[in-house]
Structure formats: C-alpha cells, structure tokens
Design a protein around this ligand. Sequence first.
Ligand code: NAD
Length: 302
Amino acid sequence: MNKIVIIGCGNVGMSYAYALLNQKNSVNELVLIDLDEERIKGEVMDLNHCLPFSPNQINIKVGNYQDCQDATMIVIAAGANQEIGETRLDLINKNSVIFKEIIRKVMKENFDGIFLIATNPLDIMTYITWKYSKLPAYKVLGSGTSLDTARLRFIIGEKLDINSKNIHAYVIGEHGDSEFVPWSNATIGLQKMTDFISPRELNDIYLDVRDAAYEIIKRKKATYYGIGTCLVRITNAILNNENSILTVSTYDSINDIYISMPSILNKSGVKQKINFNLTEEEKIKLNHSVVTIKNAINSIEL
Ligand code: NAD
C-alpha cells in the first residue's frame, strides 16, 4: 500500500499530482494538503476525472495532517515562489518559517516515511526538514539538481540530435546559481562530451541550464511541468526499489549541509552517494556551492 501526501498544492504540487496519474506506478492513495482547502477540493474533482483514462487506480482525496501518520512519502511544494528577478536564495526567510511549522505538524503524527522536498531554496528547505524531523538522513531528500540535469540533457540532445536519454551528464552542487556541470565525467553513449563540444559551447550550455528558470519565470511567472515530472521520476525510483542514480539533494555530513550529488535511490530512500573524480577546477566550483549553501543555512535561525 503506497500512500503519498502532497503538502502545498499550487503549480508544482499539482503538476506532480497530474504527472503521477499519467505515468504507470504503484501509488494507491494520493492525499492533498494546502492552506486553500476550497481550491484543492476542486483539484481533487479534476484529478478524479483523469482516472477512467489513467494507467493507475488511485484513491485521491483532500486530507489533513493526520494522513501523514501512515504515509509512504510526503512531498512538500508549499511556500512562496520566485518573483521575476528573484533568486532561489531570496525565498529563504519566508519559506523557512512555513517549513518549520509544516514539519512540526507532520512529526506530531509520528511520520516515519520518506520526505521529498521541492520548495526553494531547495537545499536549505531539505536541510530544515531533516533537522526538524529528526529522521535519519537517508529518509530526507530534495529534488535537488534533478531538474537541472534534465534541462542539461535536453539541451545537449537537441544540439547534437541524439536522444537525451543517451546523454550521461549531471548538474551537481546547489540547486541554484552556484550549480555546475562536471564535464570531465560527461559522456554521450561511450564517448567523452568534451570530444564533441568545444569549451566555449559547453559554457554556453551550462549558462542556459543555470538560467533556464529565470527565462521561464520571465515569460510565464513560474516553472512546474519539468519539476512535476522529476518528482515522479524520484518517487518511482523509491517506490519501485529501483536503485536508480539521480542527482538529488542529500545530506553531506562533512559540511553539515544538503547538496546534490548523483545518488542511488531505492525503497529505503537514499542508499548511497556515487563517488567520482573531479578536476581541480571542478573541486573549486563544488566548494563554492558548499560555501553558498552553508552561508545560507547560517543566515537563518534554526
Ligand atoms: P504556488 O504559489 O503555485 O504554490 C504554493 C502552494 O503552497 C500554494 O497553493 C499555497 O497555498 C501553499 N502553501 C503555502 N503555505 C502553506 C502551508 N503552510 N501549508 C500548506 N500549503 C501552503 O508555488 P509553486 O509554483 O507551486 O512553487 C512552489 C515552490 O516550488 C516554490 O518554492 C518554488 O520556488 C519551488 N520550485 C522548485 C523547483 C525545483 O526544481 N525544486 C522548481 C520549480 C519551483
């Protein structure tokens, strides 16, 4: 019996719910929680009307925090969104207050499943969730740079006219402006990415990935379909015990932060991070991300 609770059912939460209905999976129950109960009653009605044509049979309902008690996973997408020109880190004060309250209410119900966080600033909100829930770190993860990695693979696939599923490249670090691509580890099929694309073009691709959210927000005020599908991909990796590798935000005990690294996911949550070599230049970039996240965590009252 797999029960998913979504807390925060705006653009991101509902895109996740919709994507969940439309991809085959093993979810039996989907519970929506939001401050705006009237709107989510409407959302439940609308989602229910997908079921006759959906590959899944899911019981969908408006819920409350008592539903968290026996949930398999809780996905949080509650909180303020980036305004035009606002960085993800600018959201820190508003969303950390909201998060402390949400986690307190969830843990009052003795939740013992897996938390998957989508709210920005992602690495900080995931850290707060871990800190306040007191759950073991393998049970708390954030969507991290999974979306940025999807954007990267799409852009390279388009450029080279190769299926994006055969682009083996990752965005790692902060889900934010200090994220980066360790190109020394990137391949297309079996060949090194750096054999195909010049350093200048690689940098242009990186900038397009890093700034994708700003470009989308400028045009349509928010981004949500991409993250909705990433959250489903992560959910399926966990529920199906896949041992799949995804760039999610996980706990880094050396620096006491959450940060994205390729990690193996299965039904216990985060099974382990993947170790790989970085060049000296990439190590400096990773350290910049670590310091950025650490400074952001230190700027809030915990
Ligand atoms: P939104 O405004 O559409 O939805 C937020 C929802 O949260 C609203 O429905 C609101 O009522 C609800 N909410 C607020 N406080 C709450 C509380 N205390 N309890 C329950 N519900 C509460 O925003 P959105 O576009 O869905 O974005 C949500 C978050 O996701 C933002 O922080 C955004 O930056 C982030 N986001 C993350 C990624 C990613 O890659 N991780 C991508 C896109 C957006």
